[in-house]
Design a protein. Structure first.
Length: 317
């Protein structure tokens, strides 16, 4: 797989893993719990230890009173500990519930919405020139998108780890599952999933029987469906980069390039209807922010086959 990690330039971007952060209790939460326990002492405080002033026959009573006071104090301490534990557990439940919602989408911030080419130039880029073979045109764009997406991912690949990205996720709480050659659905970590995507794509575009480079060779009849599959998988990679690694992309100053690649992929799809709308809806807000109302552009669909129905949580090899 072709990558250019540029590891030295991004080494300072590492942060503590989310796994360790989720186990500890926030300082503010712990402080609030301690304060609540302290305030409860005014209502469940232990009675003061009786003072013995001496006198015959009072030793046994004094000992019993002291023992009772110690038991009462222990009971009070136990109640405080239970109260603290309940408050901490409640705080953790709130954090867990909050974790089911999406983080703010940094890629929709106004400062991040820039690209290297204006929309008009991008539209001209994807228009099929008169007299050019349709399959040849699709092949050229597929190769270009594969190279650019692979390079962008290579710059942030060291941040996409098995522990940091245990699932292949995208915006909208989307999770992608991989289907192996036997049709078995598998849940894999994001770096493994992306490696599968890049390996499959590299193997496919290097196959002379699918992507012919010699004049006498013809494109296979299934070429368009193969391109659809490649672009769908590459779209998953782009969605994951935006969802999980846009901060690193922006800090490297590559967000304009990523936006340009996304706009290229989006406009190509709009022009030839290559990706199922169920796949692209998760980045619909970014599409609208970058390209405006671009759905009104005329389609150049040529002999488009029906796209197989896909679920929100799966993809195929």
């Amino acid at each position: 797989m072709l990558r250019s990690p540029a590891r030295g330039a991004v080494a300072v971007l590492r942060e503590p893993s989310s796994a360790s952060a989720s186990v500890s209790v926030p300082a503010a939460t712990a402080a609030a719990a301690v304060a609540a326990v302290a305030s409860s002492a005014t209502t469940v405080s232990a009675p003061p230890t009786p003072v013995h002033h001496g006198g015959a026959g009072t030793g046994a009573g004094s000992t019993a009173s002291a023992s009772s006071s110690r038991l009462s104090l222990l009971d009070t301490c136990h109640r405080k500990i239970r109260l603290f534990g309940e408050l901490v557990a409640k705080a953790r439940r709130k954090e867990k519930d909050a974790g089911t919602t999406e983080d703010p989408k940094l890629y929709l911030e106004e400062a991040a919405l820039e690209r290297q080419l204006p929309e008009l130039d991008l539209r001209m880029l994807v228009d099929l020139p008169p007299g050019l073979d349709y399959n040849e045109w699709l092949a050229s764009h597929t190769l270009a998108l594969f190279d650019h997406i692979n390079l962008v991912y290579g710059t942030i690949s060291e941040f996409c780890t098995m522990t940091g990205c245990p699932d292949m996720t995208g915006p909208g709480l989307r999770t992608y599952l991989w289907f192996d050659e036997k049709g078995k659905k598998t849940r894999v970590a994001a770096p493994q999933y992306i490696d599968y995507v890049m390996t499959f794509t590299q193997r496919t575009v290097s196959d002379e029987t699918i992507f012919p480079t010699k004049y006498a060779n013809e494109f296979p009849s299934s070429f368009e469906s193969i391109v659809r599959k490649i672009l769908r998988l590459l779209y998953h990679v782009v969605a994951h980069i935006y969802h999980c690694h846009f901060r690193e992309v922006a800090l490297l100053g590559l967000h304009a390039h990523l936006n340009c690649v996304f706009a290229h992929l989006t406009l190509l799809n709009q022009r030839f209807n290559l990706i199922d709308p169920k796949e692209t809806e998760i980045l619909g807000d970014l599409e609208a922010a970058l390209l405006g109302d671009s759905t009104s552009a005329p389609s150049q669909t040529l002999a488009i086959q029906e796209t197989p129905t896909t679920t929100n949580t799966s993809s195929t090899t």
